[in-house]
Design a protein around this ligand. Structure first.
Ligand SMILES: Nc1ncnc2c1ncn2[C@@H]1O[C@H](COP(=O)(O)OP(=O)(O)OP(=O)(O)O)[C@@H](O)[C@H]1O
Length: 156
């Protein structure tokens, strides 16, 4: 089984990847999209439409939970169990690797001459419908320069 807890996967740790220590949410300076410095994300081979979305969201650097998990998820393709407080940026910690993986697999399929039309690439389960809505809205903002469709299904 590939799954393991976060602490045991630090062979590809943020410090080894040269990652920064996380975004500072108290920074209220007004930045224009073209002024956003994305250097802090440069250690990840993120697909261009995702970098563009990060710039438009003015997310200059990963938060701590993001810098702790993204290298392992994106470069190492590892399963991760992560925990962090509310509002710490967990949605992108799992959302970025999902979206990056979808774009990467589409690029690979096209270069192999296949038209990758899988109807479903990823399923995100949340404990409440409010969180499902919140995650959907957040990921849609990140996927806005891609053709990835994100939908929410709630019941009960
Ligand atoms: N790298 C970043 N830089 C700046 N802001 C960010 C970054 N990542 C996420 N945010 C913002 O931080 C806020 C909290 O993020 P998010 O909702 O992902 O937190 P969370 O840990 O999933 O919270 P919860 O536990 O309540 O679901 C959101 O407004 C999001 O847009």
């Amino acid at each position: 089984m590939r799954g393991m807890i976060l602490k045991s996967i630090l062979d590809i740790s943020p410090s080894k990847q040269g990652f920064t220590n996380g975004a500072n949410f108290t920074n209220n300076q007004i930045l224009h999209e073209e002024e956003v410095n994305l250097e802090a994300w440069a250690n990840l081979p993120l697909q261009q439409p995702l970098l563009k979305a990060l710039a438009s969201l003015k997310f200059q650097k990963p938060t701590i939970i993001q810098s702790s998990t993204l290298p392992a998820a994106i470069l190492g393709k590892r399963d991760i169990l992560g925990a962090a407080e509310t509002g710490s940026g967990k949605t992108l910690a799992f959302g970025l690797p999902i979206l990056h993986g979808i774009l990467e697999s589409k690029v690979k399929s096209l270069s192999n001459g296949n038209d990758d039309k899988r109807p479903l690439y990823a399923l995100i389960l949340t404990p409440t419908r409010e969180l499902a809505m919140q995650v959907t809205q957040h990921l849609k903002k990140l996927a806005k320069y891609t053709d990835i469709k994100i939908s929410v299904v709630v019941g009960g």
